[in-house]
Design a protein around this ligand. Sequence first.
Ligand code: PMP
Length: 409
Amino acid sequence: MKTIYLDNNATTAVAPEVTAALAPFLADQYFNPSSAYDQARQVSAALQTARHELAVLLGGVTPDQLTFTSGATESNNWAIGGVVRAQPQRRHIVTTAVEHPAVFEVCKELARQGCDVTFLPVDRSGQLDRDAYVRALRPDTLLVTIMLANNETGVLFPVAELARIAHETNPAIIFHTDATQAIGKLPLDLTGEFEHVDLLSLSGHKIHAPKGVGALYAKRGTPLRPLIIGGHQENGRRAGTENVPFIVALGRAARLAADHLAGVDQIRQLRDRLEDAVVRTIPYLEVNGHGAPRLPNTLNLSCHYIEGESILYQLNEHGICASSGSACTSGSLEPSHVLKAMHVPFTAMHGSVRFSLSRYTTAAEVDRVIEVFPEVVASLRRISPYWDAARNAPRPTAPQESPAQPTNH
Ligand code: PMP
């Protein structure tokens, strides 16, 4: 059975061009880029090419503001911890209740260590309240860390504007964004619209590079202590011999992502086709993040009265790979903190499924899901005790049918 891979927010397939680009650096181009002979200088030049390719994807920032890391988890830990360590006297941090654990857990840990952290709530569609954000900014605020696109729902936060507001309110505030899910799906210009962003995290394996490589953009002059201390690599900002093959891969993946940005609309059309079809055919279904600006590739659904894990299991029987909650937290019975923060009703929170598409997703694959998914949901409901009981209860109206009822988005 052919695999239909719709879990691209968890990870993506490595692009063949990327594999081809990295291969020589696993073979004869093995030299340490810090060594002082021609062969090593060529490897060092490949690192600089990769840095340049990534800089282009981010709107033409100067490449020296980019540091390669092991992925977005490291970039986030570094950005947040490095800012706090650089100015230990300022203790207030603003973040949201729906960040990825690589930000959320770091902020919780800093709160345990004595920082004052404001976790901004979101509404039923996953959006922030701008006024609450403005009210949260204080004279002693050190850092704002707010993601660009939510990994579970795809909901976008207006980060360009939030960063501008932060700097206008208090120029000493440092603004960090976890852009891991937005990279390659949206144009991101750090020299234009997003110029007020000081720190930005990203990861290779969400843009068709391998797992275990990422980067942190740090605007020149941003006070930031290193996370990993040792040798002089990466201008003393991140010690350790560079992961050359994967950095080369990230550079090539960034170049491909820039080339494919114009094609993102095709991904959006396929996602919309899937969304329209399931909303039309499946009762008691909610689109999480409906009504909010969203990533073009993500569809997060809640199926009332059934269980996400069972849905995934059945989809898997048909060769379809999707996700329930985020991959990092699945395996736990705790419902997603993102859906909880959005006040998704209990009967729907446990029945969530995320489909996430990529440029490799085909119309035939989407059509197969449109054929299979309603039957999977119906078959699970036939054996759900809640389903029987629910049919005698008042029907929770889906937002598509009644936009006037905001509690049922
Ligand atoms: N932030 C977001 C929004 C993510 O989606 C992910 C990956 N699930 C990460 C951070 C962590 O990235 P990595 O796997 O590269 O550490």
